[in-house]
Design a protein around this ligand. Structure first.
Ligand code: SF4
Length: 210
């Protein structure tokens, strides 16, 4: 395959820079506690300073992998596939999700929403970032809004984002892992005073699983 042909397949979403894939328990948000197969796609230029997967940022470091291969492997493990990153919407998620849906599995995405929404999703977890705001289209479609709280101002940002999502969207505040001891009391008080929000914890990190 020539370089150009390969780039075309990447541009069309038939090849995706696969960073890692693993079967585990979804630790966060609405589906926490559910066994799921995670597909982590490389590439992200959002640039959150507290990002815990900075190794994902450079797409070139992760091998362009055929979606057929990703699907074939994933469906052996679970009927819930969580596509995460990196920022998966850097790429066209159409081919991957079409093939997953053809196999009858549930497709979930974890995204900052910073890029055009592509793909067919049963569950969209929108985790907006101040440094690169979501595209407007995703607020209507998100099933859960997961706001990461690194400092007090993130509560203000969370409210701003909550005012944009659809009325069925479930609202979560989740402490950024390195700040959890400091932010947790703040979040607990905030959720009790504003019960439209729920607390989300990174339970997989407490369980010491991926
Ligand atoms: Fe990291 Fe996600 Fe932020 Fe990208 S959007 S920098 S992967 S936390």
């Amino acid at each position: 395959m020539t370089r150009r042909e390969r780039q075309e397949l990447i541009d069309k979403g038939h090849l995706l820079p696969l960073m890692e894939e693993f079967y585990t328990i979804q630790g966060e948000g609405f589906h926490k506690g559910t066994a799921a197969y995670f597909v982590r796609i490389g590439g992200c230029d959002v640039g959150c300073h507290w990002c815990d997967v900075k190794e994902s940022w450079l797409a070139e470091l992760h091998p362009p992998t055929a979606t057929e291969k990703i699907v074939e492997n994933a469906v052996n493990y679970s009927d819930t596939i969580v596509v995460t990153g990196g920022e998966p919407l850097t790429w066209d998620m159409g081919p991957l999700t079409e093939q997953l849906k053809a196999k009858g599995v549930q497709t979930h995405i974890e995204t900052s929403g910073a890029y055009k929404l592509t793909g067919e999703w049963d569950w969209i977890c929108l985790s907006p970032k101040k440094v690169k705001l979501p595209k407007e289209e995703i607020y209507e479609k998100a099933h859960e809004l997961k706001c990461i709280v690194y400092n007090k101002d993130d509560l203000r940002f969370a409210e701003e984002q909550a005012s944009k999502v659809n009325e069925n969207c479930i609202l979560y505040l989740q402490p950024e892992w390195s700040k959890r001891d400091k932010m947790m009391p703040l979040i607990v008080n905030y959720v009790m005073a504003n019960p439209k929000w729920k607390v989300s914890l990174q339970t997989h990190k407490y369980l010491n699983i991926p």
